[in-house]
Design a binder for this molecule. Structure first.
Ligand SMILES: O=C(CO)COP(=O)(O)O
Length: 252
């Protein structure tokens, strides 16, 4: 059985004291078990103290982005080597906000995914359609294109370890959630595309998260779906209490 993975993506929120307070509460509660993993995707300046705070706990710390190069003249960027060195375990790649505002493309997503594996970081690769694409019935084609490009040339072993996050753009921060069956249908489609790139056995091991207005009130229904193995959560991950509830939901 696949583990459930609940990741809180704080985006550009919090100051250090708030971040530390949050992690302290989560660590104290320790809401994980063998069936569910908890990841906090924090802004770069908080990574060092949060990694320290979560040492010897089950809570993992992720970055929200990185460059694909190991080092070099890329002012303002952070490399996979740096993240690995800090003790960061996961990295979000290709979030729709980065695709929209920071010129992230399927090609850079693929380069970053390879770079993550080269440095033993687990990538959380984000895909999702716009409202226009959904209304034009282009969702499945668009998602297939993003998955094929994003996971291009990965080995089967790497694909097995990849976390895919399906986040319909129209559901992010809008309070609109895809219905659990619609979300599951796209997650099933993602698994089928991955199967074409690898094998059924590999595709069955890939953790596929749903993201877009996930909150304690709707998480149970989403996680009960056959192909939704977790959640990538924005707004509802900002309060420790609600993040803990979301992680707890993964145990059921
Ligand atoms: O973008 C998201 C997580 O990466 C989803 O954000 P919300 O949960 O705020 O809709």
């Amino acid at each position: 059985m696949r583990k459930k993975v609940i990741a809180g993506n704080w985006k550009m929120n919090k100051v250090l004291a708030e971040a530390e307070q949050f992690v302290q509460e989560v660590v104290k509660t320790d809401p994980t078990d063998q069936d569910v993993e908890a990841i906090v995707c924090a802004p770069f300046p908080f990574l060092v103290p949060l990694v320290e705070q979560t040492k010897n706990t089950s809570v993992k710390i992720a970055a929200q982005n990185m460059h694909f190069a190991e080092n070099g003249a890329f002012t303002g960027e952070v490399s996979p080597v740096m993240l690995k060195d800090l003790g960061v375990t996961h990295v979000v790649i290709g979030h729709s906000e980065r695709r929209e505002h920071f010129a992230e493309t399927d090609e850079t997503v693929n380069k970053k995914t390879h770079a993550a594996f080269d440095h033993e970081l687990t990538p959380i690769v984000c895909v999702g359609e716009t409202l226009d694409q959904r209304e034009a019935n282009e969702t499945m084609n668009h998602i297939e294109k993003q998955i094929r490009a994003g996971l291009k040339d990965l080995t089967e072993e790497q694909i097995t370890k990849t976390i895919v996050a399906y986040e319909p753009i129209w559901a992010i921060g809008t309070g609109k959630t895809a219905s659990s069956s619609d979300a599951n249908e796209v997650c099933q489609h993602i698994r089928t595309v991955i199967e074409k790139l690898s094998s059924k056995e590999t595709a069955n091991q890939v953790v596929i998260q749903y993201g877009g207005s996930v909150k304690p009130a709707n998480v149970d229904e989403l996680l009960a779906q056959s192909d939704i193995d977790g959640a990538l959560v924005g707004g509802a991950s900002l309060e420790a209490e609600s993040f803990i509830q979301l992680v707890e939901a993964g145990k059921k």
